[in-house]
Design a protein around this ligand. Structure first.
Ligand SMILES: Cc1cc2nc3c(=O)[nH]c(=O)nc-3n(C[C@H](O)[C@H](O)[C@H](O)COP(=O)(O)OP(=O)(O)OC[C@H]3O[C@@H](n4cnc5c(N)ncnc54)[C@H](O)[C@@H]3O)c2cc1C
Length: 328
């Protein structure tokens, strides 16, 4: 039987999980991604092959291995590990972090590396931002600002909830449920120093400081070790208050905050840049793995459906794929 054609919007972990499970069942999904590569918030900034910074998700964990869905994630991790696409990260925690009792995984050499094998059998289309979806002659027409992109039987969105709300406003009645999802911003500072910071830790976190997370990127496996490269995340409150500031202003402010944590003058910086994540993590989630329409031809999915973590995105994408497969 001919399989329905499926379009997936977004090439982050949710899109990767959906594409991977559909491909395993004989589908040939097309994945539309507005940026130049896969990963979404699993992102690594490469500065002239000299500095590397994972400025989005820092690591991922597999928390509920007793659940069968998540067991699949751990199997996948082993598969990806075999391909050398991910590895366990064992950073030295600051006293305020405490010991992590779960393994922390990172993509190697970049955060998106463990996603790439999942898209192996999908048709990836980059630099294509889907701006409109409408039904014509029993097909969903996907459009970009340039015009018609293609027609599909089934469309799966994996973009952040506020963006999905706009895209699906006229075509999915349940879209109002997205109003309850709150996604908070995060300013990320990427900074490398001429001489190593005298911190005796690789990771630090705080709930009382404007900087909520600090990590020595160069402590991750298969990263360039020669430079002391750090990633700092500002907390959601500070990030919201400063959301419209320029990258330069934010760089300066965050470096000053870093100096306060260090308690003395910082060494000379070799490189610094700030990145604004407008929809970093969900504070309020949907509470179900996806939204769909009556005849199950439209799906709205993403990490924000179930949590605010890489694993939640994986689970949401997997649930969509299972629904499409069982609906055949
Ligand atoms: C600063 C930060 C720190 C984090 N730390 C952690 C952590 O330590 N551990 C953890 O587990 N999680 C962490 N997370 C959360 C984690 O990154 C996400 O849960 C996960 O990556 C979300 O994956 P996704 O596929 O659902 O969405 P995304 O990764 O956002 O993917 C959506 C994709 O859709 C694309 N897109 C958007 N609109 C369109 C359009 N109209 N047309 C085509 N393409 C479009 C985007 O470019 C993007 O690639 C962090 C996130 C951030 C930002």
């Amino acid at each position: 039987m001919k399989k329905p054609t499926v379009a997936i919007i977004g090439a982050g972990i949710t899109g990767a999980s959906c594409a991977y499970h559909l491909s395993a069942h004989g589908f040939n999904p097309s994945v539309f991604e507005k940026s130049r590569g896969v990963g979404g918030r699993l992102a690594t900034r490469n500065i002239d092959n000299q500095f590397f910074f994972d400025h989005g998700a820092q690591y991922y964990t597999i928390k509920n291995s007793e659940l069968s869905l998540l067991t699949k994630l751990s199997l996948l991790t082993k598969t990806a590990c075999k391909r050398d696409a991910c590895a366990e990260w064992v950073p030295k925690p600051a006293e305020n972090v405490g010991q992590y009792n779960k393994s922390m995984f990172v993509g190697t050499p970049k955060m998106n590396s463990f996603l790439k094998p999942l898209f192996a059998d999908a048709h990836l289309i980059f630099k294509e931002e889907i701006t409109r979806i409408n039904m014509e002659e029993n097909s969903w027409n996907l459009k970009s600002s340039e015009g018609l992109v293609d027609k599909f039987d089934i469309v799966v969105s994996t973009i952040p909830a506020p963006q999905a709300k706009i895209l699906f406003e006229d075509i999915l009645a349940e879209v109002q449920l997205l109003d309850k999802v709150v996604m908070l911003p995060c300013w990320a500072l990427m900074v490398a120093f001429e001489t190593p910071l005298n911190f005796e830790f690789d990771i630090w976190r705080s709930e009382n400081s404007n900087i909520s997370w600090l990590s020595r990127n160069s402590s991750k496996p298969q990263r360039v070790q020669s430079q002391d490269a750090w990633v700092c995340h500002a907390n959601p409150k500070w990030s919201s208050e400063n959301i419209d500031k320029s990258r330069e202003e934010v760089c300066q402010a965050m470096i000053a905050m870093l100096a306060d944590i260090q308690g003395c003058k910082l060494p000379k910086t070799l490189f610094e840049i700030a990145h604004r994540w407008r929809y970093a993590q969900a504070a309020n989630i949907l509470g179900q793995p996806y939204l769909t329409n009556n005849n199950k031809t439209l799906y709205v999915a993403g990490d924000w459906c179930l949590g605010s973590r890489v694993e939640a995105g994986f689970e949401s994408g997997l649930s969509v794929a299972q629904s499409i497969i069982s609906n055949l």
